[in-house]
Design a protein around this ligand. Structure first.
Ligand code: ARG
Length: 573
């Protein structure tokens, strides 16, 4: 289905073209967007302001001419100009009701399949072997997974690739630490913590003791040369780490189509550097091979160190060549924290010069602040996600026990899992990824605010309305009832339902799941005022079915939207 927003945008663009034939308005923001305030209609276009400069006319005058070409009737009930030249549009109730009704039977819940036939590679999560998952990897995992679901819902084929940090100089140090400091019991109890501990000890020794450092280098060289013993140790580090990462992914409901760590590209690195040399993109400088990026106003980037070792950027170059060749994606998206912006700018610039034509996008986010005292364990950013999730489920269980004391214990626990995990994910996804945010339990678990439990609870309440209707009025099918928007509450709710697909498209285009979260919160608030102000089961037959149908549509959209955020919707809370 086409979104209402796109339909309106087309009409607005056509009206501009008709009003100003011959003017070059391409690339100007003429499109319709949801009106911020309902006093200004349902959608608005600020295009007259943008076009005024090109047309050298006052914006209001531009708007007046455009409006003359914007037909009211079928789709639009009213078009008005406000302020300096905003074009405010109000949908006809009929058209709104028809559009919303069509969502019911659409297998894509009204979402346009604009990505059909196109493949994306999404590079996210990517924790480092032998280190506990850092908060940045958790955010990357949750945001990347939501984006994957969003792009898929729009028809894209998405390959999620977990580019594990499983190669590099740290492995020589780790091998030394493992051989000399290992506590077997600790390894059995908490493998990644123990690997991290022996790594830190060995790293300290490297700084103090040059002989130790030489030995660590020698172990690395042996590993790189394929020494069976060191290879086996390295494989153990990976297996132990993946076991822990996989347990976390399972709890979060996250999976990957590909798990190709840095080591996967190891053999390709000399060829990549050769290629850069052949293209004249790198020069020798103090023994290292360096790409100078003066034209791009970026600092130089080392692709081969003076000791012959390769860098993070070199691996990413090998990775992009391989992905482009093997998968011919429409784009490759990388989800990491903000600290990697320079790395991606440099590596994208080199990739371009080396002939990569696939659009490459770095989707970065700020680090979420975890206030002290959030967990009773160690502070800092390397908090253990497992503990955070345990705590979330524990707190959610309290909520569920209060809300549904009569629910069987096993079900309470299952619901608490969905609510607790959902709360943690939503606390992350509902924030603009690029602004600094801090996590608090009060916000994450608020039953009366913008939180997963609030939305999940709204969903469960709607589900119970549908059950009650089926129980009390057997045989009264709401599915085919005409949708009557007979109150401002019903109309407002229908408008939120109609805006859903536009919000998903915006979240995809701007790479911000928070735009989808905002729309779901808006929807559930509109539902709440509908529910409180309009009788359902007590309404007369006909009207009753129409209202129940609006409820059912709300449930469908809420469930679908939360699903795109990777959040479950239990039928009861
Ligand atoms: N392992 C890296 C880190 O922990 C993240 C990798 C992101 N993906 C990439 N293709 N560079 O910082």
């Amino acid at each position: 289905m086409q979104t209402i927003q796109d339909l309106l945008s087309e009409q607005v663009r056509a009206a501009f073209a008709a009003a100003f034939p011959g003017a070059d308005l391409a690339g100007l923001p003429l499109a319709a967007t949801p009106a911020g305030d309902e006093a200004f209609g349902d959608y608005q276009s600020n295009g007259a302001m943008a076009a005024a400069k090109v047309l050298r006319q006052p914006p209001r005058q531009v708007a007046e001419q455009v409006v003359r070409h914007l037909p009211t009737g079928d789709l639009l009930a009213k078009v008005e100009i406000a302020g300096p030249g905003f074009i405010n549009m109000t949908l006809a109730d009929d058209a709104l009701a028809r559009h919303v009704a069509a969502i019911q039977d659409d297998p894509h819940v009204g979402l346009p399949q604009s990505g059909a036939g196109r493949r994306l590679i999404l590079d996210y999560s990517a924790p480092n072997v032998a280190k506990p998952m850092h908060i940045a990897h958790i955010r990357s995992t949750v945001i990347g997974d939501a984006l994957k679901r969003i792009y898929r819902a729009l028809g894209y084929e998405v390959l999620g690739d977990n580019h594990l940090g499983d190669w590099g100089t740290q492995f020589g140090i780790l091998i030394m630490g493992y051989r000399h400091f290992l506590d077997k019991a600790a390894l059995a109890a908490s493998p990644v913590d123990e690997l991290q501990r022996v790594y830190v000890l060995s790293h300290q020794r490297c700084e103090e003791d040059p002989a130790w450092q030489d030995q660590a280098r020698a172990e690395l060289v042996k590993l790189q040369a394929g020494d069976p013993e060191n290879r086996a140790l390295w494989q153990t580090f990976i297996d132990l780490s993946l076991e822990e990462f996989n347990r976390i992914y399972a709890r979060l409901g996250v999976s990957f189509e590909l798990i190709r760590g840095e080591s996967y590209y190891n053999d390709a690195l000399p060829g990549v550097v050769q290629k850069l040399q052949d293209l004249g993109l790198v020069r020798e400088s103090e023994g290292a091979l360096v790409a100078f990026l003066d034209d791009e106003k970026l600092p130089p980037c080392i692709v081969r160190k003076s000791d012959g070792g390769y860098n993070y950027a070199t691996t990413d170059l090998a990775t992009v060549f391989s992905r482009e060749q093997e998968f011919q994606p429409a784009a490759i998206l990388y989800v990491t924290d903000e600290r990697q912006q320079l790395h991606f700018r440099q590596f994208f610039a080199i990739a371009r010069k080396a002939g990569v034509t696939t659009p490459l996008r770095h989707i970065w986010f700020g680090l979420m602040r975890l206030p002290e005292g959030l967990l009773s364990t160690r502070k800092g950013t390397a908090i253990k996600l497992d503990l955070l999730l345990d705590e979330a489920e524990k707190r959610a269980l309290e909520l569920v026990r209060q809300a549904s004391p009569d629910m069987p214990e096993a079900q309470q626990q299952a619901v608490a899992r969905a609510v607790g995990i959902g709360a943690v994910k939503y606390a992350d996804l509902s924030q603009n990824p690029q602004s600094a945010v801090s996590f608090t339990w009060e916000k994450a678990l608020a039953m009366d605010g913008n939180s997963a439990p609030y939305l999940q609870y709204a969903y469960a309440r709607i589900a119970s309305v549908l059950d009650k209707h089926a129980e009390r009025f057997p045989g009264h099918d709401w599915r085919a009832a005409p949708l009557v928007l007979d109150s401002p509450h019903a109309r407002r709710l229908a408008l939120r339902l109609a805006r859903y697909s536009g919000a998903v498209c915006a979240a995809a285009a701007q790479e911000k799941p928070s735009l989808l979260a905002d729309a779901l919160y808006d929807l559930s608030q509109a539902y709440s005022s509908f529910y409180q102000n309009v009788p359902f089961l007590k309404a007369e037959a006909g009207l009753r079915e129409s209202r129940v149908r609006l409820c059912a549509l709300t449930a469908k959209v809420l469930r679908h939207g939360l699903g795109l955020l990777g959040i479950e919707t239990p039928d009861r809370i």
